[in-house]
Design a protein around this ligand. Sequence first.
Ligand SMILES: [Zn+2]
Length: 657
Amino acid sequence: MARYFLTTAIDYVNSRPHLGTAYEKVTADIIARYRRLSGYETHFLMGNDEHSQNVFKRAQEQGKDPLSYCDEMERVFRDVWKRLDVSYDDFIRTTDRRRHYPATQKLAQTCYDNGDIYEGSYEGWYCEGCEAFKPEKDLVDGNCPIHNTKPQWIKERNWFFRLSKYQQPLLKFYEEHPSFIEPEVRRNEILRLVEGGLEDISMSRTGQSWGIPVPFDRDSVVYVWFDALINYAAAVGYGWDDEQFKKWWPASLHVVGKDITRFHCVFWPAMLMSAGQALPAQVFGHGWVYFKGERMSKSLGNIVDPLDAADKFGPDPLRLYLAKEIPYGGDGDFTWERFEEKYNADLANNLGNLVNRVASMTERYQQGRVRATGGGSLAGVAAESVSAYRSAMDVHALHDGAAAAFRLISAANNFIAEKQPWALAKDPAKADQLNGVLADCAEAVRVAATLLLPIMPTSATEVLRRLGDEQPLADRRLDAGTAWRSSGEKQILNAGALWPRIEAEKGVVNVTDQPQTPAPEPQTPATPSTPPAAAAPATQAGPAPVETPAVITIDDFMKVQLKVAKILEAEKMPKSQRLLKLKVDAGEAEPRTILAGIAESYEPETLIGKSIVIVANLAPRKMMGLESNGMVLAASPDGGKAIVLNAEPADPGTRVR
Ligand SMILES: [Zn+2]
């Protein structure tokens, strides 16, 4: 069985994980789960980086012994990863005396024995926040650009690693292994850096007790960056279990942030070359998740706690957002508004709605059972989605993988709108056709849910369960799970909404529910530069003061749920000049009936098949003995004929905003 060993960066434990930290672990977890599903024997390593002076200081500030502080933080980190469903196989800490100490000392000793570590003195600007020397040219107004504090001028005797010696071997390695650094933008950065020449780097610190003793100089400890990188080899046996090390090394993939690709693509390979060990197959440098366009940081006070999302909605909507909305390798943005918007669009309206429609129609029309048939057009879409998904996931294009799964989901929703199973159900002669439509949709959902297992493990498993597929996750395989099944029966469980829509929480917005009455022409147009308080005073001309249209916020507007709907049926209402009775598909389990005051403008049959815009969350109301559910948006010129808004070619259920 092919093996896959992947790692994430290990984290400093001076504060609890935020969304930026979680982004790396969740995306690496998706890769790990994808490999397991693809049949690889997978080993997924995470851990904590504890020998940092900042960690030491943080413990002192809290009056704690550094190791007990790190023990506490380990529980905090592991708890967050558990609640985000991160399925690491191993978790290493750099204070691990059984594994990490022997590995670090062995690697340092081997580099020393090979003549790559020498004693020297160094002076320069040292930033305590970064725990690194800063070249003069990197300072901004004399300050560290990251911490905005003045670094200290430090002169000390240290042990140096002969990095300069590895410039040519590294360049040769990059050339022979073009996929070693991904994505390409990172590869180019590293190539330019190494081509520009490498300086030797300090690998020890003197006068510190918090760290691993240098084996050939007990008065020094190994510098935290040198120590940290070795965790990847330490975890799988380097220096303490040769057999295990042979099984897992070299690593298949290091997933790291773009700020530390230099450590992983230059320093770490040089250390391994010096120690005579194989180099990892690939380093992937992911981008940042910004919050409203800004880097998350404690000092800016804009840290997003990933558990805020996980506690409310479960981990899966957040995992889906991180995978699907941020092109992997690039930077992305997170806001709660956008998160809720994507939740409603992808989960409530698209996937959740599809699962619901299939289950409720199967229950209503066929006692919950479908018989698989040959598989029509949807089988073709499924095959295309599976193949696009695999090509994307093989190169860590998680966003394209997620999008491929959602193309199949959208196609199934459109298929329902087109085939109109509720109409087929009225004609007993069309029973086979009805079964075929429902069976194809159920099969499409099953394939899509299998594709989503790495991204949304809990909810994809629940979708599969509702489709009667209860195989344990560990036994599932991508090949078998995504092959279209054209025979057999499914018992489908109708178990309610998986993702209820998130509705805006505060305030009430007044929407007129009188589509028949044209809205009064505003007397004073509101402009963005005119706050309501500065509006013209009410005139005395009429019996009532003329109202200035109230300025509403975007939140107010978003409370009005506007959706695209396709007109399935249209007929005149008896005894009404103005009203048409419409049956529309708004991407929901059942078509809805809307009475619209547009009879003077349209012959009913000309409307069938049109895509229009409706207000979907209007309270139902009775007109001429019939209940109307929603309102059709139309341009209503004074004294002219109403013109319904055309939403072609958007799909039914698409949100309008
Ligand atoms: Zn700094």
